[in-house]
Design a protein around this ligand. Structure first.
Ligand SMILES: C[S@@+](CC[C@H](N)C(=O)[O-])C[C@H]1O[C@@H](n2cnc3c(N)ncnc32)[C@H](O)[C@@H]1O
Length: 364
């Protein structure tokens, strides 16, 4: 594949592998994963690519002193990035519009996302003081609202206009910012702009279809899912028509979105929703489940696998292979072996990787 010619490649900290060819990046990711899992018998490590750039459907940038971008690893200041080759075309257009408006503040983080239907969402993770000033001065937020949905602060509060014309922020609003699959059809997922989603609609379509295909083959009766988020893997996991699923999620706003998504699909009879910190020891009886579907944050599943794990299969998706390696060691000791191991390259030009793995219990 042709190298990606990014004019910021020597300064921007966003793409820490961009100075290597894509082939070298691929080989390095495979070697890193193999080294982390060195003591295990591994299947062939597959590498699923979606191209070298243009994948991202959401971005997280910082605004600092009129620069919109990411830290420069040379100056340690924010490098202005008018163009980022990692963005999808529609996300780049949304960034252009955001930049034109120039926020009247000196510093803050922001997220922009574009839905599969090309709606635009902005999350301004600014200080409370800045939010208050922007609400009072109105013009900037009114102009931004003309372009897309606006959310502010850590509690994802939605911007609205009072009948008096004043601006306020209130309850989070849930829109269809991403999609997954259920019964081989694409379905929209409700969330806030600031909720966690996978970074790209393109790679996520591949991931969710893979989960659906695995679950169709495995035919689990009872699934336990750790880290359900807004339900991205939950619905494809129900591919086998008789299966039931217990969904574990810690984050309050993701859990609210998950609840709404389950309701809107009418799947309340098949999905048991539980909110809590399931990295700590729990009263869940893991031996009741014949499939575990694990998609933790970087810190892994904690104590969850320390209980009585007897499921036939485990699907483990991880954006942090170091914790996947630790849990693989533990699962090996319990008699599980890796059947499939796939690097899903949804972070090209970086050293980050998403790993999708399937373990089965060796019954001897
Ligand atoms: C990598 S995200 C995956 C979300 C979802 N599966 C998806 O594909 O969009 C990890 C999820 O684990 C949740 N999580 C983190 N710590 C948790 C805990 N202690 N107990 C339950 N869920 C947790 C996070 O809130 C987040 O939604």
């Amino acid at each position: 594949m042709d190298p990606v010619l990014c004019q910021y490649s020597h300064v921007c900290s966003g793409c820490d592998a961009i100075l290597s060819s894509y082939e070298t990046q691929k080989n390095q990711k495979i070697a890193t994963l193999r080294n982390l899992l060195t003591s295990h018998t591994l299947p062939e490590i597959q590498f699923q690519s979606f191209g070298t750039h243009g994948l991202r459907s959401r971005l997280d940038f910082v605004f600092d002193n009129h620069n919109f971008g990411l830290y420069s690893h040379i100056t340690r200041k924010i490098e202005d990035l008018p163009i980022c080759l990692q963005l999808s075309d529609s996300l780049q257009l949304a960034l252009n519009q955001f930049r034109n408006l120039k926020p009247p503040i000196s510093k803050g983080s922001f997220r922009i996302r574009v839905s599969p239907q090309e709606e635009i969402g902005f999350w301004l993770d600014f200080s409370n003081e800045n939010i208050k000033d922007l609400l009072q001065s109105r013009d900037y937020l009114l102009a931004l609202q003309e372009i897309g949905h606006v959310e502010m602060g850590q509690r994802h509060k939605a911007l609205y206009q009072k009948p008096s014309g004043e601006l306020g922020i209130g309850q989070p609003q849930f829109h269809h910012w991403s999609e997954t699959v259920f019964e081989h059809k694409k379905i929209p997922l409700l969330s806030t702009v600031a909720s966690f989603t996978q970074p790209s609609h393109i790679s996520n379509a591949w991931i969710t279809e893979k989960i659906e295909n695995w679950c169709e083959t495995l035919k689990p009766q009872n699934i336990l899912e750790f880290g359900s988020g807004i339900g991205n893997l939950t619905f494809p996991a129900l591919a086998y028509k008789n299966s039931k699923l217990t969904a574990l999620e810690f984050d309050g706003l993701s859990f609210q979105a998950l609840t709404k998504n389950v309701e809107s699909l009418g799947l309340g009879q098949r999905i048991d929703l539980r909110r809590g910190d399931y990295r700590k020891s729990t009263d869940l009886k893991l031996s009741d489940y014949d499939l575990l579907l694990l998609n933790p944050a970087r810190n892994g599943v904690g104590e969850l696998l320390k209980s009585d794990v007897t499921s036939d299969s485990i699907i483990y998706m991880s954006c942090y292979p170091e914790t996947l390696a630790l849990d693989t060691q533990h699962l090996n000791n319990l008699g599980y072996s890796l059947q499939e191991l796939i690097i899903v390259d949804q972070f090209p030009q970086t050293t980050h990787m998403e790993v999708l793995s399937l373990f089965t219990l060796c019954k001897s």
